[in-house]
Unconditional design. Structure first.
Length: 221
């Protein structure tokens, strides 16, 4: 069972998301939060598999709440899926820096949201297809979002880690990477666990962005 906390300051949106997620047999909404502070308290107390976090909320916004739950220095992070009505704005990049596992627009189809929650719970992360190219084009030009300053991954990673990074940057899940490289999924996870500290990143999404920023892979046309 995937346990979820939903954080949104709009009561109808919060209730709607809770109803949508709770109707799935493999998902359980364990708490509803009206702001970032409530989300942090609930997540620390209940240890959910995913927090669906709105960006703009009163008292404490979703970015600072995300940083408290999964940012640098957090020993036992809780995965956060950021939900926003905005596509390209400062909040998305703030959430990336704060350690969010994924981004999704609130107007996404229900099945897309459900798939995103399950993906984040599995540790795969997610990025809305409608945002991917624009996000990547923007972040590669923003020096302040660059996790580390190393020029090339080949100087930091083993050949196998580099193979995994390239496939990760294409949006593949751990299972898909394992199938492509003829590895066990657990082996892929072990490589990722060793790779991410070398790059100075905390999530698969940050690792993918690192690959584009350092021109290990090119942005899709």
């Amino acid at each position: 069972m995937i346990r979820v906390v939903v954080a949104d300051d709009q009561p109808l949106v919060r209730a709607g998301l809770g109803t949508l997620l709770g109707a799935e047999p493999d998902l359980e909404v364990v708490a509803l939060a009206a702001d970032g502070a409530e989300a942090v308290e609930a997540a620390r107390r209940l240890r959910p598999d995913v927090v669906c976090m709105d960006v703009r909320m009163p008292h404490q916004d979703g970015i600072s709440a995300t940083r408290e739950l999964c940012g640098p220095g957090v020993e036992d992070p809780v995965p956060v899926l950021v939900l926003t009505t905005f596509d390209i704005d400062e909040h998305l990049f703030g959430a990336l820096e704060a350690g969010a596992s994924g981004f999704l627009l609130k107007d996404a189809e229900p099945e897309v949201l459900l798939a995103a929650v399950r993906s984040v719970a599995r540790g795969n992360g997610t990025l809305d297809d409608s945002l991917t190219k624009r996000v990547l084009r923007e972040v590669v030009t923003r020096r302040e979002t660059r996790p580390v300053t190393a020029g090339r991954a080949t100087e930091l990673l083993t050949a196998r880690e580099l193979d995994i990074l390239l496939l990760l940057a294409q949006g593949m899940s751990n299972e898909e990477i394992a199938g492509r490289l003829f590895l066990e999924t657990s082996t892929v996870k072990s490589h990722l666990a060793r790779m991410m500290p070398k790059l100075g990143v905390r999530s698969r999404l940050q690792a993918a962005v690192w690959a584009y920023q350092n021109k290990v892979v090119s942005i899709p046309d």
